[in-house]
Design a protein around this ligand. Structure first.
Ligand code: SD4
Length: 337
């Protein structure tokens, strides 16, 4: 059985996919507010709400929720939320402490998109730990949507951001260990703690999203993935919903992942079903080409205009965190194989 829901409540139809049925039973997929069913708001939606990639985003959600619960702006919430991970040296895939490229240099990518469909991004940014805030400045202070490399660095400096060395002793040690073999082999789920993509719907119904990363560990110097690319790592259509991605960016870009998910929600698919369609697109592309996805992970999150949310990934192990009126909690994504 498949489920499909639309953002228009009158047309809401909820059916179960088989995995969901086995997990929760039929009652798990219909609106049963107040009787302890954890999936209630996943299907019906409520606002405000914030969701973020990987269940370690619980702390990031708290920062976002502080803004959302005080009727704050979704854009401020996602910026404050992902900054928690950018500042955290223990997260070795984002901001300060991120794993460097194969030359030992940390370069960061980020983008942000607001409730008016405005966006800003920075790519290949070095020596500034909060690329998401620089991306927001690009959106708000320039006529452009993306700045790269030295230009992005100069802009960050001009905007008063503090310059610093982003390579922590822990990340340097990991890089030196990697150099012993020097092979570029993307891992499926790194420490359950990775790129952060965050989507929020505020009390006024404004949608925003942010995505920030240090990119694939041991990447070629200059490599940019999906995370700062609007339509790939993140997309927000204020009238429909928002989506974001994590893990192997090359696969996300080749299938325009986040834009595809939002378009599927426009056609009436639920957030989870839309994410599944985007995952299937990656799988069918690789099948056609005879390439293996055995060591490849991509995880998608989606949030619609009603506050219903969902996730889907290629492989098991993609987790996320949700904060809404039911509290802040960890979730496991449905997956394909
Ligand atoms: C990227 N999706 O740059 C991001 C993040 C990543 O290891 O690869 N993390 O492709």
């Amino acid at each position: 059985i498949q489920y499909r829901s639309s953002s228009n409540e009158d047309r809401l139809t909820v059916m179960l996919n088989r995995k969901q049925f086995l997990k929760t039973g039929f009652l798990g997929a219909i609106p049963l507010a107040g009787i302890g069913c954890t999936n209630v708001n996943k299907f019906t939606g409520s606002k405000p709400v914030v969701i973020a990639t990987w269940n370690t985003a619980i702390k990031a959600n708290e920062a976002a929720w502080k803004i959302l619960e005080n009727e704050g702006y979704a854009l401020d919430a996602v910026e404050a939320g992902v900054r928690v991970e950018e500042d955290d040296p223990m997260n070795m895939s984002v901001g300060y402490g991120g794993r460097p490229d194969r030359e030992g240099i940390v370069s960061l990518d980020a983008c942000i998109m607001d409730d008016k469909g405005e966006c800003g991004a920075v790519v290949f940014l070095q020596n500034y730990k909060n690329p998401i805030s620089v991306a927001r400045k690009v959106m708000e202070e320039t006529p452009h949507i993306m700045l790269a490399g030295k230009g992005a660095q100069q802009f960050a400096k001009d905007q008063g951001f503090e310059e610093m060395d982003l390579l922590t002793p822990k990340a340097k040690e990991a890089w030196e260990k990697w150099l012993e073999n020097g092979k570029y082999e993307p891992e499926v789920n790194i420490e359950n703690h990775d790129t952060i993509g965050m989507l929020a719907l505020d009390a006024e119904g404004r949608l925003s999203g942010a995505c920030t990363t240090s990119g694939a560990a041991w990447k070629m110097h200059g490599r940019v993935g999906d995370s700062p690319l609007i339509g790939a790592g993140l997309f927000v259509d204020p009238e429909i919903g928002a989506a974001c991605a994590t893990r192997l960016g090359e696969e996300v870009v080749k299938t325009a992942g986040s834009a595809l998910i939002v378009e599927m929600m426009r056609q009436g698919y639920s957030p989870e079903e839309a994410c599944k369609i985007a995952v299937d697109r990656i799988i069918s592309r690789n099948k056609r080409n005879g390439t293996s996805l055995k060591n490849t992970q991509v995880g998608y999150l989606a949030l619609n205009k009603d506050g219903a949310f969902g996730a889907y990934s290629i492989q098991e192990g993609f987790t996320y965190a949700v904060y809404n009126a039911d509290g802040n909690r960890k979730m496991d994504s449905e997956f394909r194989s």
